[in-house]
Design a protein around this ligand. Structure first.
Ligand code: ADP
Ligand code: MG
Length: 700
């Protein structure tokens, strides 16, 4: 007897070859995985058009009729197959460019078919290219109702004749063969309490909805379940961490360095910074490991919070480190932090990919002898040779750029795991935070240092370049400096560098020595060259810094008050916001100028509008998620969400997520170890999921 854990080849009508194709392209191998491969949309198939009603403006339509005859047209590459398809009211042309022989073998003349496709007008005739064709008798018997599921398949699969329809037929056969194998995965009390559809019904309705309402209920249940199990895992993880009582205690009475630094500060901490430091302090004296996410908009002063936290560790005889995603940023942190620490006698060192071997060796030794208090660097910190004497706190800046595994290696450097502070500069939407960092405590700096004038953001089309240049000249005359950023998108690196070079040429014509000095930074430069170029700008010698997105994160030049973003339509929202955050750090009025071509997609126009409208990073993060969905949120793509959501959407299912988190909290509150019989089903499901792709223990 087969089971739903078997390979899909055992579903009738699939077989080994097709199974292999599907696995290769969609990553689905078991029958159960296929059951969880949900349609991306449903098409209303109640309406059958008459051929006389067709016009080329119609979207996908359904016709019922017969094929009169097949005809080959053309030769060689242009060869195609056509068929006349008729009903009582008229006839149209069906056209195929691929799989011609297979089509003529599979479909017969004078058999009644239901066909489905999009009508187009071609040399005055209406035709349908590559229609979906189904035997009319079979169509009536199929499980499909008015809402026909559409499954996404790759181009490659289509070329192998595995289409949305193929997947649908496979789903039908799965339900016919395996419906009795579907076992409930949520406890009864939850089904009752939230009036959830059973798993069996929900899966069926998700593929073959009998009504829009049933589909909604099915989707609710499946989304709830997906989010519920994520939350229960995260919350368990969090509770267990808090249950462990073996982390370092940083006693407050020892806070000498922290106090000294505080006294030397040229400004007052903001209330938000003070509140967050208080939250961190509570963790430090709790005896339990801190796992805290620090969110704050660009320029909100996270670095200082990190430094004060690190000094609490040093005050208590521990070392601390901060890991940044780029060398430029690590350098920047090193400079800022050294400046603060020089006065109070704390030893700060830098370690990056370009640190010389001899320096490294000496550094490794000093680290082990506790002769270095603070280590700042890039992912070079996680190399095995880097060993601390007693690492008490790890700070990870701009955390989403580091892969899950990379991060885990840092906190395995001690026998006892150090305290962890994760900082994100890109505010992330609440739903995403709850899912990505649901096992962390979250602190938010929701206030900018006082005296900052909100940045003015303007959007110009490229034909306004001259007046923009005029504006830049005025700002430079006031002593301000200007960033100019060109996009760098991996797919077309050559093109991008061309943009940068052309752009540089354009700027240098109008801004030439001796009056002006332009500095250039891009990813293809050696670190030393970058350093020189950055320094020219940081020291105020260059008026303009032209760069690709290497300056995206963390760079701090308070005198720079204008950010020009070229081809702004090619950037994502959070990236634009990040870039804008490079200015507005001094006391002067700052500007962000978004330059774009005049042909803008709807999404691009929306992004630029949002940028002009608001300076609030959290608002932008939410809008970003609405426009693009969570899978595309800046950064999460690189390191990846630690899991893929099959049905829930963090952009739109915030309410379901709240419910799921609440229910998970309630259950764990009463039964943390899930020992009650009513929770057994949850334990089983957790075990089952953990055997699949997700490694929950390290998702932060
Ligand atoms: P973030 O990392 O959150 O983007 P930074 O830590 O780089 O921000 O801080 C931005 C700038 O604001 C730095 O120049 C920093 O010295 C300054 N700053 C930080 N806190 C304050 C404060 N409370 N008052 C005035 N300036 C501050
Ligand atoms: Mg920063």
């Amino acid at each position: 007897m087969s089971s739903i854990n078997d390979n899909i080849q055992f579903v009738s009508g699939v077989g080994p070859k097709r199974a292999e194709q599907i696995t290769a392209e969609l990553g689905i191998s078991t029958i159960e995985e296929m059951m969880y491969y949900f349609p991306y949309k449903y098409i209303d198939r109640t309406k059958v058009y008459s051929i006389s009603e067709i016009h080329p403006d119609l979207q996908y339509i359904q016709l019922r009729g017969r094929i009169l005859e097949f005809k080959y047209i053309g030769a060689g590459k242009g060869k195609r197959l056509t068929a006349r398809f008729y009903d009582k009211t008229g006839a149209i042309e069906l056209v195929w460019f691929k799989g011609l022989t297979w089509i003529t073998k599979t479909y017969k003349t004078n058999v009644e078919y239901v066909i489905f496709g999009k009508p187009t007008l071609f040399s005055n005739n209406i035709n349908i290219t590559h229609p979906e064709i189904e035997d009319a008798v079979r169509f009536e018997k199929s499980l499909t109702t008015s809402l026909q599921p559409q499954y996404s398949v790759s181009e490659k699969l289509k070329a192998q004749f595995v289409t949305s329809k193929t997947i649908r037929l496979i789903q039908e056969n799965i339900f016919k063969q395996f419906v009795s194998h579907i076992h409930e995965s949520l406890p009864d009390f939850l089904l009752d309490k939230l009036k959830l559809t059973s798993l069996k019904d929900a899966l069926f309705q998700a593929h073959f909805p009998q009504s829009p309402e049933k589909l909604r209920n099915a989707q609710f249940r499946l989304k709830f379940e997906e989010l519920f199990y994520i939350q229960i895992n995260l919350l368990k993880q969090k509770a267990f961490r808090k249950g462990k009582s073996n982390c370092f205690v940083f006693k407050k009475e020892k806070d000498n360095l922290t106090k000294q630094l505080y006294k030397n500060l040229p400004f007052q901490l903001t209330n938000a910074q003070i509140r967050v430091l208080g939250e961190i302090r509570v963790d430090f004296i709790s005896g339990k490991q801190m796992n805290r996410l620090l969110q704050g908009d660009v320029g909100s002063g996270k670095t200082l919070v990190a430094l004060l936290s690190m000094l609490m560790a040093v005050d208590n005889g521990f070392q601390a480190c901060i890991m940044a995603p780029t060398e430029i940023l690590a350098n920047q942190h090193f400079k800022t932090i050294s400046r603060f620490c020089g006065e109070i006698g704390v030893v700060v060192r830098l370690l990056t990919g370009s640190t010389k071997k001899s320096v490294r060796k000496e550094l490794h030794e000093k680290l082990q002898k506790n002769e270095v208090n603070l280590l700042i660097g890039t992912h070079a910190l996680i190399e095995d040779e880097v060993k601390f004497s007693n690492l008490g706190l790890v700070v990870i800046d701009e955390q989403h750029r580091f892969g899950v595994a990379q991060r885990a290696r840092l906190w395995q450097k001690n026998e006892i795991e150090p305290h962890i502070l994760v900082m994100t500069a890109t505010p992330i939407p609440r739903t995403l935070a709850m899912t990505l960092y649901g096992d962390l405590d979250i602190s938010v700096i929701d206030e900018l240092p006082p005296g900052r004038k909100p940045i003015k953001t303007m959007h110009f089309f490229e034909n306004s370049t001259l007046s923009v240049f005029g504006f830049l000249r005025k700002e430079i005359a006031k002593g301000r400096q200007v960033y100019v950023v060109f996009p760098l998108i991996k797919e077309s690196e050559k093109l991008d560098y061309k943009d940068l070079e052309d752009g540089y040429a354009g700027y240098s014509r109008d801004f030439s020595p001796p009056e002006y000095l332009i500095s250039v930074v891009h990813g293809k430069m050696k670190p030393a060259e970058k350093e020189i170029a950055m320094n020219l700008f940081a020291k105020g010698k260059a008026n303009i810094l032209i760069s690709t997105t290497v300056i995206e994160v963390g760079v701090d030049v308070p005198n720079a008050s204008v950010m020009v973003i070229e081809s702004a339509e090619r950037f994502g929202l959070s990236q634009l916001h990040q870039l804008r955050g490079r200015v507005g750090r001094g006391a002067d009025q700052s500007y962000c100028i978004l330059m774009s071509g005049d042909k803008l997609s709807n999404d691009a126009r929306k992004r630029l509008e949002i940028m002009v409208e608001t300076n609030n990073g959290f608002e932008i993060a939410d809008k970003d998620m609405e426009i693009r969905g969570p899978g595309d949120i800046e950064g999460t793509q690189q390191s990846g969400l630690p899991f893929q959501l099959k049905i829930a959407d963090l952009g739109t299912d915030g309410r379901i997520l709240q419910t799921a988190r609440h229910e998970a909290e309630m259950i764990l509150k009463h039964d943390l170890f899930l020992k009650l019989p009513q929770n057994q089903i949850i334990v089983n499901q957790i075990n089952k999921l953990s055997n699949n792709e997700i490694n929950w223990s390290r998702i932060s």
